[in-house]
Design a protein around this ligand. Structure first.
Ligand code: GLP
Length: 261
């Protein structure tokens, strides 16, 4: 696991977007895993700007998102399909037919989940999966107790996650308690994982996720077992990391990061 700390949230998001854009430029038929949440808005704004400036081409890119609320239609303004269209897909030259999210209205949930994993496998796997982290330490909606070998499934959300996300709903109590999520195992299958963590409110969970023991109580810790994961944080989120100085030394001296400093 590589850890990069940037001074500000903006710098962290820009570095994340550059890693993604460079990877797409190396392989135009890119299979990209995506995430939602407030943290990712700056990344999608930067990718949209790079696309507008002709610095990255999404025409052959195919995407799979981590999750979607059960019961929300794509037009619902809190659905993750709506979020993705608004923050990225509407702003870049991607073919929307190449963008995948679980169908929140699927009648057969088990089938929907199985077909989602199959569609990733049929495409040859995800080249890079961008993930955030929830207050509960989740990636996707893999809340505490979820198997670290899980595949895409419907999850019942914990109170921590309900409290974290219901503020976006009007009324708050209308937030669904269940959601489709790619499993921890689904994410671990990606060739590369890039995790973005910003803000003071994430400092405790970032330290536990990056430097704590691997446990299904914090699904993000499973990324420690992934052979190619880069975690990018801003100073505020990195405040409680023990090896901060070491991570900074590596980033400033390792030639592989030269173009990103
Ligand atoms: C939701 C998503 C996660 C995301 C988390 C954090 O719970 N399912 O994938 O990482 O929100 O969101 P934020 O960036 O708003 O803190």
């Amino acid at each position: 696991m590589e850890v990069i700390i940037r001074p500000t949230e903006e710098a962290a998001a820009k570095l994340t977007a550059k890693i993604i854009a460079d990877a797409i430029n190396d392989k135009p038929e890119f299979k990209l895993g995506l995430a939602t949440g407030a943290t990712m808005e700056a990344v999608y704004a930067e990718l949209s700007a790079l696309n507008k400036a002709n610095k990255v081409d999404f025409s052959q890119v195919r995407t799979w998102n981590l999750d979607e609320y059960v019961g929300l239609a794509p037009e619902h303004d809190q659905s993750y399909r709506y979020y993705m269209n608004k923050n990225l897909f509407n702003n870049v030259n991607i073919d929307k037919r190449n963008t995948h999210l679980p169908d929140g209205l699927a009648i057969n949930e088990e089938l929907e989940a199985a077909v989602y994993d199959e569609s990733i496998d049929e495409a040859g796997g995800i080249d890079l999966w961008l993930v955030g982290i929830g207050k509960s330490g989740h990636i996707g909606f893999n809340d505490p107790g979820t198997s670290l070998a899980s595949r895409t499934h419907v999850a019942y959300l914990t109170n921590t996650t309900y409290e974290q996300n219901k503020i976006y709903f009007n009324p708050p109590e209308s937030m669904p308690r269940r959601a489709f999520t790619a499993g921890v195992g689904t994410v671990l299958d990606a060739k590369k994982v890039v995790q973005l963590i910003t803000g003071e409110r994430k400092a405790d969970i970032a330290a536990a996720a990056i430097e704590g023991p691997i446990t299904s109580m914090i699904s993000s810790t499973a990324l420690q077992m992934h052979p190619d994961t880069v975690v990018i944080l801003d100073e505020a989120a990195a405040a409680k990391l023990k090896l901060r100085d070491f991570y900074n030394e590596v980033f400033m001296n390792d030639p592989k990061w030269e173009a990103y400093r």
